[in-house]
Design a protein around this ligand. Structure first.
Ligand code: BGC
Length: 746
């Protein structure tokens, strides 16, 4: 029975795929939903009116698009091989299939696929956030969305935005850091860029999926009001900036209910409070029921056969027939999917696989890697290096051949193949992939007369010898992080000892970090230079060399705090390490909205590197801070000046906090800008503080208390340069309040 249905669905979609002219097959007035001048809502209604119940059921159920031997599963022939998902279309009504690909850094291929697509990878999401530049996020999104489209996909499973509550979360590299405004603005712009290609993007994983350990069954407890001011606010701002067609609900439970059958998350917050019109798709294997999930607000059940049952196939048909899921609810599910397909151009602009301009796209990813790298330390101006340096020791992390990428379903495979194949883990969630963009080759190109030599780093004594005999030593240190596993904050493979040995041999030692998030640095006092480049993407090697030699001035700022050690974290260890699925995991986010810098400041802790920190090869001065309320909005103005000798970008940050206290933390990021300035140039900047960041969420609304507020202009969360005080009147805002103009780079 199950199989027969599958075959019927497949046959229908074969017809769709094989009929490119299907859109023109009947006069438009016979199919009025094809009229692009009508609103997406109207078009969805019109198409829905013609649909049979079976056709509606077709739209709400998705298939994994890669063969999966452990489940004896063969992917639908009409799907794109090696991809994440496929939802058949309705050829009779000219509704195309949904071809779904991961993920946020580019067009991924599933690890189990025999053939890997070779595509351009952006630097990881955390690097995009570290750019603090919505245009970088938008352009990167536009580039990977174009590759998705050229690869035959019209749905991109991008937009990872889970806040860094847990710096050891193996997926932090896919996300936008610890602050809701920064993450929502940057990831939202990435989504907008993707969708500029007539491709739907998700925003994911909704919500509170902040560790990988036990992700399928752990239960998160958090004060719902605190969640509104942190994790959920990131989604809310991301949705405003990006307008994603779909939200992907997550694996974990929240308040005792799985996220994909959670009425609070899916109905109360998303639909009622935010009035969001798109469709909710489940993560692959995150659906646990039919009736509860459908009635709570799940619209599309993804990735058959990862759930224990095909919940939204035969069981949903039966539940609708029995009235357990109202017919009206099935209509709403199909309608929401259709609406997003119309709104984002999937029907009007059918995807056509085509060529990709790899050289142009390499320039986009290189610019993103350069914008997102963070110069953490630069004592005595050890950087930038002079092109006339005579000898350089390059040590570790396969820096002779490539740069590291993050693992799991988001893995993009590079043109030219893995530069360092065979490193464990070779199976899921591996393989570990190094992109063939050699930092050493790029460094050689910039210092043509230098003697550039490489040591693998396995033997610290050998590396130290090489460093001793060289003018400068550059140690590349890495931590591979990945979906489905969490990590330690300590660099693996005894790299701390390696760095210490090299630094002892040569005081001119620079550490380049390729990590998914924060790591500990016991050697920090002994090295003058540290550059965090995250997983820098397809052109990472060239980007690193450009930064090291000053062809590009570093301008990234930390989107996450770096702790000194685990004792500074809300949880010393990750909850549930070593538990089996029959042992429940309770994760209690008792810190509420005090995530990252808010946590450190509320507790009076001094991190290793604070949120917002990042150095430049020039200096910036800040002056003339003024803050005033006009038309109900808090507007802040100031002047930023490049007082150094080279061009560079400042990232002025506005923090706000009530003088009387009472928030989860003394201050929150309220606004920011990225300002490029020639040497000696200055600019007056005016920013508006989002009133939700001046409010507490209580009683179902945002409440700004009347009183005096501090407005702080900083170069990081702990480097405040100027402070002003402003009195705010009391203000209440509905839960779904949104700014008139989202921050959209164009
Ligand atoms: C991940 C999602 C991804 C999906 C499809 C899941 O394992 O959590 O982020 O989009 O797989 O590959």
């Amino acid at each position: 029975m199950r199989k027969a249905f599958l075959l019927a669905a497949l046959a229908a979609s074969v017809a769709a795929a094989a009929a490119p002219g299907v859109l023109g097959a009947a006069p438009r007035d016979a199919r009025p939903w094809l009229n692009p001048s009508l609103s997406p809502d109207r078009r969805a209604d019109l198409a829905l009116e013609r649909m049979t119940r079976e056709e509606k059921l077709t739209l709400v159920f998705g298939y994994f698009s890669t063969d999966f031997a452990p489940k004896h599963y063969t992917a639908p022939a009409e799907g794109r091989p090696g991809a994440a998902g496929y939802v058949p279309g309705i050829p009779r009504l000219a509704i195309p299939p949904q071809w779904q690909t991961d993920a946020g850094v580019g067009v991924a291929t599933q690890g189990g696929a025999a053939h890997k697509r070779e595509r351009t990878a952006l630097p990881s999401g955390i690097a995009i956030a570290a750019s603090w530049d919505p245009a970088i996020a938008y352009n990167g999104g536009a580039m990977i969305g174009a590759e998705a489209r050229s690869s035959g996909f019209n749905v991109m499973l991008a937009g990872g935005i889970n806040l860094t509550r847990e710096p050891r979360n193996g997926r932090n590299f896919e996300y936008g850091g610890e602050d809701p405004l920064l993450a929502g603005t940057l990831i939202g712009n990435a989504i907008a860029g993707i969708q500029s290609n007539h491709v739907i993007s998700t925003i994911k994983h909704y919500a509170l999926n902040d560790q990988e350990t036990g992700r399928d069954w752990l239960n998160v407890t958090v004060d719902p009001d605190a969640a509104r001011m942190s994790d959920l606010l990131a989604f809310q701002i991301g949705i405003e900036n990006g307008d994603p067609g779909s939200v992907m609900c997550s694996y974990n439970q929240v308040g005792g209910r799985h996220a994909c059958e959670n009425p609070f998350l899916l109905t109360q917050v998303l639909r009622r409070d935010w009035n969001w019109p798109g469709y909710v798709m489940s993560d692959w294997g995150a659906t646990h029921s039919t009736v509860a999930a459908a009635n709570a607000g799940l619209d599309q059940d993804s990735g058959f056969p990862f759930d224990t049952q095909p919940f939204f196939r035969e069981p949903l048909r039966d539940a609708v027939a029995r009235g357990q899921v109202p017919e009206a609810r099935l209509n709403e599910m199909a309608r929401r999917i259709l609406r997003s397909m119309f709104a984002h151009g999937l029907v009007d602009h059918p995807v056509v696989p085509g060529p990709i301009d790899m050289a142009a796209h390499a320039a986009v990813t290189r610019a993103a890697a350069e914008a997102g790298a963070v110069l953490l330390k630069n004592d005595d101006h050890i950087l930038p290096l002079s092109p006339s340096v005579r000898s350089i020791a390059i040590i570790g992390s396969h820096a002779d051949v490539g740069v590291l990428s993050g693992g799991g379903s988001s893995q993009v495979y590079p043109v030219g193949g893995n530069a360092a194949p065979g490193i464990a883990l070779t199976g899921w969630p591996g393989p570990v992939v190094y992109y063939p963009s050699s930092p050493m080759a790029a460094i050689r190109a910039q210092a043509p007369r230098a003697n550039v030599r490489f040591a693998g780093g396995e033997d610290p004594a050998e590396a130290a010898r090489l460093a001793r005999g060289s003018e400068v030593a550059i140690v590349f240190a890495h931590q591979w992080t990945s979906e489905s596993i969490d990590t330690s904050l300590t660099l693996p493979d005894r790299q701390d000892a390696l760095i210490a040995a090299v630094a002892a041999a040569n005081p001119r030692t620079i550490v380049v970090l390729e990590t998914g998030g924060p790591v500990l640095m016991p050697w920090l006092d002994h090295v003058p230079g540290v550059l965090e480049v995250w997983f820098p993407g397809t052109a990472g090697g060239e980007a690193v060399a450009n930064l090291l030699f000053g062809r590009v001035n570093p301008s990234g700022r930390l989107p996450v705090s770096f702790p000194r050690d685990e004792s500074q974290l809300p949880r010393r260890a990750i909850d549930g390490i070593g538990n089996t699925p029959d042992q429940p995991i309770e994760v209690n986010y008792s810190e509420g909205a005090a995530i990252g810098y808010r946590w450190y400041e509320a507790r009076g802790l001094n991190p290793l590197f604070p949120f917002g920190h990042g150095l430049s090869y020039t200096d910036f001065s800040y002056s003339g801070l003024s803050a005033a309320v006009s038309g109900g909005e808090l507007n802040v103005s100031f002047t930023v000046r490049n007082s150094g000798r080279v061009a560079g970008s400042a990232v002025p940050q506005i923090y706000v906090g009530p003088e009387a206290g009472g928030w989860e933390a003394p201050k929150r990021l309220g606004a920011f800008a990225k300002v490029r300035l020639a040497p000696g140039a200055q600019q007056r900047v005016t920013l508006t503080v989002d009133p939700r960041l001046l409010a507490m969420f209580q009683g179902g609304q945002w409440n700004v208390a009347s009183g005096a507020y501090r407005v702080m202009l900083g170069a990081s969360s702990s480097d405040i340069r100027q402070t002003a005080t402003v009195r705010l009147p009391a203000r209440q805002l509905p839960p779904g309040w949104r700014p008139r103009r989202p921050v959209r780079a164009r």
